[in-house]
Ligand binder design. Structure first.
Ligand SMILES: Cc1cc2nc3c(=O)[nH]c(=O)nc-3n(C[C@H](O)[C@H](O)[C@H](O)COP(=O)(O)O)c2cc1C
Length: 191
């Protein structure tokens, strides 16, 4: 069984270390996870005035989420919380009322920062939002990544063996989680 996993990167920076981490995750993912990116950079700032006639970028974003069998969110921490672009995307995906695209999407959260905290505080802000959006979450293992340019290559290679093993384990646990959610709620996930 192959699952299509939508990748959401919480940074818009072209030099993003979280984009670099995403590349490594894509490379290490098990065969059953087919990862595709769902961009958030073209979304307008959320404005309820636009809900009656959704902008094309919002329609495309919501379709990306709804077509996925699961979501992998890879995000930095900004000021001990969720980066604005990511929160904006979550808000758009949740709307209009009754059309929450995240409902029942098995979701995993991971993030990298240069410091030792490894986005832990951002993740603890993000989890209640995902819970409210009714997105089942992989709760273990947790993944707080301290980024080092020596470890994460431009081509997605991970030079440190224990980091590679950790990320591989994380992804295989995510694959097992997606499988479990699908088994328990057939017909509700993806389209
Ligand atoms: C507005 C802003 C706020 C930040 N706040 C935090 C923070 O709270 N915790 C942290 O570990 N790093 C923080 N940083 C540093 C980021 O971890 C670092 O810039 C990282 O490279 C951002 O991820 P990205 O490269 O994927 O965009 C902050 C950076 C910015 C630009």
């Amino acid at each position: 069984m192959t699952y299509r996993i939508g990748l959401i990167i919480g940074s818009l920076s072209s030099h993003s270390i979280n984009r670099r981490l995403s590349l490594a995750l894509r490379k290490l993912a098990p065969e059953e996870l087919e990862i595709f990116e769902i961009g958030i950079g073209d979304l307008p700032l959320f404005n309820a005035d636009l809900e009656g006639d959704l902008p094309a970028a919002v329609v495309a974003f919501k379709h990306g989420i709804e077509s996925a069998d699961g979501l992998l969110i890879v995000s930095p921490e900004y000021n001990r919380s969720i980066p604005g672009p990511l929160k904006n995307a979550l808000d758009w995906g949740s709307r209009p009322w009754g059309k929450n695209s995240f409902k029942r999407k098995p979701t995993a959260v991971i993030g990298a920062s240069p410091g030792g905290i490894g986005t832990a505080v951002m993740q603890s802000s993000l989890r209640p939002v995902l819970a409210f959006l009714d997105a089942p979450q992989l709760t273990a293992p947790e993944a707080y990544i301290t980024y080092s340019a020596d470890v994460y290559g431009e081509d997605g290679t991970v030079s440190n063996e224990s980091t590679r093993e950790f990320l591989t384990h994380y992804l295989s646990e995510f694959a097992a989680f997606v499988t479990r959610v699908h088994a328990n709620a057939p017909g509700h996930i993806g389209e």
